[in-house]
Design a protein around this ligand. Sequence first.
Ligand SMILES: Nc1nc2c(ncn2[C@@H]2O[C@H](COP(=O)(O)OP(=O)(O)OP(=O)(O)O)[C@@H](O)[C@H]2O)c(=O)[nH]1
Ligand SMILES: [Mg+2]
Length: 301
Amino acid sequence: MAFKDLLERFKKGLFKTAQLFNVRGWFGKKVDQAFLDNLEATLIKADVGVKSTATVVDRVREAFADKTAGEDLVEFVKSEFRTLLADPRPGTLITAPRKPTVYLIAGVNGAGKTTSIAKLAQRLKNEGKSILLAACDTFRAAAADQLTIWAERSGSDIVKGAPGADPASVAHDACDRALARGVDILIVDTAGRLHTQTHLMRELEKVRNVVARKIAGAPHESLLVLDATNGQNAIRQAEVFTKSIGCTGVILTKLDGTAKGGIVVAVRQTLGLPVKFIGVGEGIDDLQPFDPDLFVEGLFS
Ligand SMILES: Nc1nc2c(ncn2[C@@H]2O[C@H](COP(=O)(O)OP(=O)(O)OP(=O)(O)O)[C@@H](O)[C@H]2O)c(=O)[nH]1
Ligand SMILES: [Mg+2]
């Protein structure tokens, strides 16, 4: 996708947060205490997080106190955000040295796991990779059907179990098939669970352990899917999932539906986890590799 199209997509996906920031409204205002208080309230509302908000506001105070806000202030705040989001390899997933590469996908109910897997499978397929999906959500009867439809659309293979089957046994079979067929990438879908449901968290750990036993170095990425509309609540979910399965990155969905786009900063700063992909809509193309520069442009457009 051309840079301009990508920027448009980020802008569209971040529209609500950009509207909250409303940088045009800053222009011509004096950077006094009232201005700084307002900036602070806005950043908190966008779920940037308390610590990062304080950092940005302090830096703005130091550099612009009693000056008039203009383009240079906007550029300054943008560069502060870029610093907070710095990532040496933004928007990239690890590829294992030997096939298959395994991505384990986890998250609470309705976060967007299955649709994100569909979008990711399509994207990897377009890159010429062969994909196998493991439907380890045996908890909800319709879950495997949902994933089957997506698998057919992207031309991916799928392994599923009987409803109510042990998710770990489905993972086991999927690993066998991925190895036997020399598949490039195995993506494991899991049942949504509340981070407070201990037995379900154990089940997820079991899936992870089976995959780790069957395939060297797997899962190569354990991606936590977080719904951006949950704001700071998503941070608490992430803490529990990270303890349980050791997340390597985050897929942040539904940014298009919220003004809490600042949560990307909180994920990076509070959890130390990179945001790998962001969901900016329901279309198959609406999962974008996270790009800090495009993100910041979209946020302050
Ligand atoms: N607007 C918008 N909707 C999204 C996005 N990602 C997912 N959704 C929607 O969120 C809803 C739930 O998505 P699923 O993929 O089924 O979520 P899940 O995590 O697999 O849910 P469970 O399997 O029930 O735990 C669907 O209606 C998706 O279309 C996004 O980036 N933007
Ligand atoms: Mg699902």
